[in-house]
Ligand binder design. Structure first.
Ligand SMILES: *Cc1c(COP(=O)(O)O)cnc(C)c1O
Length: 224
């Protein structure tokens, strides 16, 4: 099976999962996570017509996607990894969606660079639903205040929320928590669900699923 075969299978599973719970399949975007994979591995998916991709590192994304965008118009690139404020400018320049806004310093840096570059990527706030000390994301109890701060102090429109549930735990309570926080803040986008749990995420309202290994195969971090 090729990555294109797997992509097409997953698109069909997504559509079925959406319909099974009374949702329009068009309301679920498949973000193909290409981190660690070279451009050569992404090209077949672009040739097959897929356009929405995720990367977790700014530098890697810039190097890979600058040349690819020149050949394949209409790419929508999502930043799904942690962002340092000294990379905010490159992130705004490189990405169409930044899913990992999670602290005031980043919000401030993004606001400044968005104004300076006159470019407005769509923004999601990452919530650390498991309150894991080593993991990025705003704490669930601080999420409402953070979203308000983004709007009021920095003029940033947060369009939705993203989470990465703790490994080795049931994802469902984390998806439910994320959906709750979004609902009470009037946010419509929910980026949740990965290779192992995207059908469940769709049942719980995901509008974006981020799928890497189930399409691309196993990642090899040793060459990074
Ligand atoms: C790597 C990554 C994914 C994709 O994970 P798979 O299990 O390979 O589908 C999704 N979201 C984030 C934030 C990631 O870093």
């Amino acid at each position: 099976m090729t990555s294109v075969d797997r992509l097409q299978d997953i698109e069909a599973i997504i559509a079925r999962a959406a319909r099974d719970c009374g949702r329009d399949p068009a309301g679920v975007t498949l973000v193909c996570v290409a981190k660690t994979f070279p451009a050569a591995d992404v090209i077949p998916l672009l040739e097959a017509g897929h356009r929405v991709f995720g990367e977790n590192r700014v530098q890697e994304a810039r190097a890979k996607w600058g040349p690819l965008r020149a050949v394949y118009p209409g790419v929508e690139l999502h930043l799904i990894g942690p962002l340092q404020s000294n990379k905010a400018r490159e992130a705004v320049a490189t990405f169409d969606v930044i899913e990992t806004v999670d602290r005031p310093k980043i919000a401030q840096a993004l606001a400044a660079e968005m104004a300076s570059l006159d470019k407005r990527p769509r923004l999601l706030a990452q919530v650390n639903t498991g309150a894991e000390p080593q993991k990025a994301g705003v704490a669930p109890r601080d999420a409402d205040a953070f979203i308000a701060l983004c709007r009021e102090r920095y003029g940033l429109n947060i369009a939705g929320l993203m989470c990465v549930p703790p490994a080795h735990q049931q994802a469902s309570p984390h998806f439910a928590l994320l959906a709750d926080i979004a609902a009470r803040n009037g946010l419509s986008e929910l980026s949740m669900g990965m290779s192992s749990d995207y059908e469940l995420a769709i049942q719980q309202g995901a509008t974006c699923v981020r799928i890497g290994s189930a399409i691309m195969g196993e990642r090899d971090y040793s060459t990074r």
